[in-house]
Ligand binder design. Structure first.
Ligand code: TMP
Length: 285
């Protein structure tokens, strides 16, 4: 399970309603009570005419509801694992059936590819970045087909640490592979599935790298220089600027509870919006 630690097995269902210590009962209740009437087809797991919880799925006339697809991205040391765990508790407390996963990983094959992709390769030739892109997308394809699509279609919310934006940032902006090629590979892996919301945890590269323990360095942290990681950060910011409807950029250099609150605010905006969600049209329409 991938619930706060890097070494665990990913893919846990969170059905329990633990009260998040970082938020407290009042905060949760305040976020659950929304006094605006909802459209009739919005399903309400909390009940009552005025107390409206999160919708269990994205809905649109004529299209079956599906779960929310939320990704968390960012450069090294941004705190994704901590924030995914906190957000999953928040959403589970609000009545959503949340499934946490990660990239690369989340399936048997994906976890094997993760081991290979992140291993330090001191004694062998450097991995070609297109090879990296192919392998990340192979893991992605398996995750999308085996886990993400079936979960979304059954109404579950997916919370994924990293997704296709990471390939654009690392292999594209970082390693210099043409974005056009990467988008072609991405499409082969996802069949056009895009997150409803992408939280970009942004912080200065030096700060993020300094948060990492020396013994916990992956190939990307150990073998790529600071200039590479700066390009990755700038790449993420460029992706966010180009798609402000999908991205929420959060300053990850702030205290961890502040970051968590900024994330839940962005998620609240998504799930309480009555606007048709373009992602639904793209993926289900
Ligand atoms: P993480 O689990 O600590 O984020 O480690 C994953 C590493 O893999 C991180 O250094 C970013 C890198 N990566 C890519 O280079 N391309 C990708 O498409 C993905 C998903 C991750």
């Amino acid at each position: 399970m991938h619930q706060g630690g890097k070494g665990g097995h990913p893919g846990v269902s969170i059905g329990s309603r633990n009260l998040p210590s970082w938020l407290g009962l009042a905060g949760v209740a305040a976020r659950l009570v929304v006094h605006t009437p909802r459209p009739r087809n919005w399903m309400n797991p909390v009940g009552g005419p005025e107390v409206v919880g999160y919708t269990p799925g994205v809905t649109r006339p004529g299209v079956p509801p599906r779960g929310w697809f939320i990704t968390i991205e960012g450069p090294e040391g941004a705190g994704k694992t901590t924030q995914v765990a906190a957000l999953s508790r928040y959403l589970a407390d609000a009545g959503l059936d949340v499934h946490i996963t990660r990239e690369p990983g989340g399936t048997w094959l994906g976890e094997r590819l993760r081991d290979v992709l992140l291993a330090r390769t001191d004694s062998v030739a450097a991995t070609d970045p297109v090879t990296d892109a192919l392998l990340f997308n192979a893991a992605r394809r398996q995750l999308v087909t085996e886990v993400i699509r079936p979960a979304l279609e059954s109404g579950r919310t997916i919370l994924c640490a990293r997704f296709a934006d990471s390939t654009l940032a690392y292999q594209g902006y970082g390693a210099g592979i043409a974005l056009e090629l990467l988008r072609t590979l991405e499409h082969a892996a996802t069949d056009g599935l895009e997150p409803d919301l992408t939280i970009l945890l942004d912080l200065p590269v030096e700060d993020g790298l300094a948060r990492k323990a020396p013994g916990d360095l992956t190939r990307f942290e150990a073998e790529f220089d600071v200039a590479f990681h700066r390009r990755v950060r700038d790449g993420f910011l460029a992706l966010a600027a180009a798609d402000p409807g999908r991205f929420a950029v959060v300053d990850a250099s702030r205290p961890v509870d502040d970051v968590a609150l900024a994330i839940t605010a962005a998620v609240d905006r998504l799930v309480h919006s009555d606007e048709p969600n373009p992602a639904v049209v793209r993926t289900l329409g």
